[in-house]
Design a protein around this ligand. Structure first.
Ligand code: AMP
Ligand code: GLY
Length: 434
C-alpha cells in the first residue's frame, strides 16, 4: 500500500513514522512534511489547501490511501475532490467538517440530536450578542466563541459581563478574526476537567481510540494564554470503561448517526473535546481531525497495524468496536520557541537529538517547526518538537520524557514542567484560569 500523509506537524510525523514501519506499507509520502519528517519518509512540497495540487501529487505518486492531518485541507475540500474521483481518503468532506469549521453549526447540530453541551445562543450581529450577555440567562460568566476557524484564538472564557462584551466587540466590530467572527456563539461556562475522546469513523461505524488529556495553556499549572497544546498524556485515567461507554452512547452514537441522517456522513478522525461536569460529559468542541499533540501520545498506543484500519475507514467498511490498545502510558512534552504562542524567532540550531536517539530507547521525538540548514536541524516555528516518553506507568513515562528533554537544547527553548502530573496526582479539580 502507498500512503500519502497531508500536513507538516508532529502529528503527521507520528502518523508517517508508525505507518512506514508496518507490514504491507510500501511507501509513505508526507506533503508538505518538514525536515524532521524527511528523516523518516519522503516528503514533497505541496500546498495542502489546494485540492487540485494534492490530487495531482496522489496521481503522480500512485497513492492508494491519503490521510489528512490538519483542518485547512478539510475546509478547502480536499476530501470532497478525492471522493468525487473515487480515491480512498481518511478525512471528512467539507460539509461534515463543519462540526469543526462552524461552531454555530456544531451547536445547532447537537441541539437537533440531543447531544449534551453547554446552553448557548448563536448571535449574527453585535447588538444581538450583547443583548444575550446582558440578559444574563446564560449566567454571569459566559464563553464567547467566533463561529469560524480562528487559529485557536477565537474563544474567550470571560470572567464577567465586561469581559464578554469586550470579546464580542473584538470579534464582531473590530473583526479581529475577519469573517470567522461575523457570527458568534455565546454559551454558558462549564466547569470540570477536560478530556479528548477520539474515534476513527466511517459513517455510523467507528473504532474507539484511547482518550487523552491536553495541556492548552502556555505555563505550568494551566496559566497564561491558550496555545495549540503544550503537551498531552494518554490514556486519560478519567475515562474508565463506564465513562467511555457513556460518552459513546450519549455523544459519539448520536453525532455519527445524526451526520449520516442529515446526508453528511463523517469519515475520519472525530475529536470530541469534552468537559466532565457534575451532570456528566458535555461537548466543548469538535475537531474533524486528530489532535496535536494528542496524536503523538495516542497513536503509538494502538496495538494493531494502523494502515488496515485507515484503509477500512476510507472504504466505509469499518467494523465498530474498540481497537487493541497497549497497557503502556505515554507522555508528550512540546518544546516551543521563545515567544510562542505569540511571535517567535526561528533559525536556531537544535542540539541533542542524536543523544536522545542513542540514549533514550523508550522515547520518540516528533518534529513540527523545524527546517534543514546545511544538514543541521534548526527551529522554524512556534511548536518545534514533541518529546514522547513511554512507560508501564505515568511516573516512568514522565521521567523518560523529561530525561530526553534535558538532552535537547535550542536558543529560547520553552516547555512546561508539569506535563502528565495530573495523571499521577489523580486530583483533577476544575482548571485554574490565569
Ligand atoms: P476551543 O477553542 O473550543 O477548544 O476552546 C478553548 C478552551 O476554552 C477549551 O479547551 C476550554 O478550556 C475553554 N472553553 C470552551 N468552552 C467552554 C465552556 N463552555 N465552559 C468553560 N470553558 C470552555
Ligand atoms: N490539541 C488541540 C487540538 O489539536 O486542537
Amino acid at each position: 500500500m502507498r500512503i500519502l500523509v497531508i500536513g507538516a506537524g508532529a502529528r503527521e510525523h507520528a502518523l508517517a513514522r508508525l505507518l512506514v514501519r508496518e507490514p504491507g506499507v510500501d511507501l509513505v509520502l508526507a506533503a508538505p512534511g518538514n525536515a524532521g519528517i524527511a528523516r523518516d519518509v519522503d516528503t514533497r512540497p505541496v500546498d495542502a489547501a489546494n485540492p487540485d495540487a494534492v490530487l495531482a501529487l496522489a496521481d503522480e505518486a500512485r497513492i492508494d490511501l491519503t490521510v489528512i492531518g490538519p483542518e485547512a485541507p478539510l475546509a478547502a475540500g480536499v476530501a470532497d475532490l478525492f471522493r468525487a474521483r473515487g480515491r480512498r481518503l481518511v478525512g471528512p468532506t467539507r460539509a461534515a467538517a463543519r462540526l469543526e469549521t462552524s461552531k454555530a453549526f456544531a451547536k445547532d447540530f447537537m441541539a437537533r440530536h440531543g447531544v449534551p453541551t453547554a446552553r448557548y445562543h448563536v448571535a449574527r450581529d453585535a447588538d444581538e450578542a450583547l443583548r444575550v450577555v446582558r440578559a444574563g440567562a446564560l449566567g454571569e460568566a459566559v464563553v464567547v466563541k467566533a463561529d469560524g476557524l480562528a487559529a485557536g484564538k477565537g474563544v474567550v472564557v470571560a470572567e464577567d459581563r465586561a469581559g464578554a462584551e469586550t470579546a464580542i466587540r473584538t470579534a464582531m466590530i473590530d473583526r479581529a478574526f475577519g469573517g470567522a467572527g461575523e457570527t458568534v456563539v455565546v454559551e454558558e461556562r462549564l466547569t470540570g476537567p477536560e478530556v479528548s475522546f477520539f474515534v476513527l469513523a466511517a459513517g455510523s461505524s467507528y473504532v474507539v481510540l484511547p482518550g487523552a488529556q491536553d495541556h492548552k495553556r502556555i505555563f505550568d499549572d494551566d496559566r497564561g494564554p491558550n496555545t495549540g497544546g503544550m503537551g498531552a498524556f494518554a490514556p486519560s485515567p478519567l475515562v474508565d470503561a463506564a465513562l467511555g461507554a457513556r460518552i459513546v452512547r450519549e455523544i459519539v452514537d448520536p453525532v455519527l448517526a445524526g451526520m449520516a441522517a442529515e446526508g453528511t456522513p463523517f469519515t475520519g478522525f472525530l475529536y470530541c473535546g469534552l468537559m466532565l461536569t457534575a451532570e456528566g460529559p458535555k461537548v466543548i468542541e469538535f475537531n474533524a481531525r486528530f489532535g496535536d499533540p494528542e496524536a503523538q501520545v495516542v497513536l503509538p498506543l494502538i496495538d494493531e497495524p494502523l494502515a488496515p484500519l485507515l484503509w477500512a475507514a476510507a472504504a466505509g467498511e469499518l467494523t465498530s468496536g474498540a481497537c487493541r490498545v497497549s497497557p503502556d502510558r505515554q507522555v508528550g512534552v512540546v518544546l516551543a520557541s521563545r515567544g510562542y504562542p505569540g511571535h517567535v524567532e526561528t533559525g536556531h540550531p537544535i542540539g541533542g537529538l542524536d543523544r536522545v536517539a542513542q540514549e533514550c530507547p523508550d522515547v520518540q521525538v516528533f518534529h513540527a517547526g523545524v527546517a534543514d540548514r546545511g544538514g543541521r536541524l534548526v527551529t522554524a516555528g512556534g511548536r518545534v518538537l514533541t518529546v514522547v516518553g513511554r512507560g508501564a506507568d505515568f511516573q516512568t513515562a514522565i521521567a523518560r520524557a523529561y530525561d530526553a528533554v534535558s538532552r535537547i537544547s535550542f536558543e529560547g527553548m520553552q516547555f512546561r514542567r508539569d506535563i502528565g502530573r495530573k495523571a499521577v496526582v489523580g486530583s483533577q479539580s476544575p482548571e485554574p484560569r490565569a
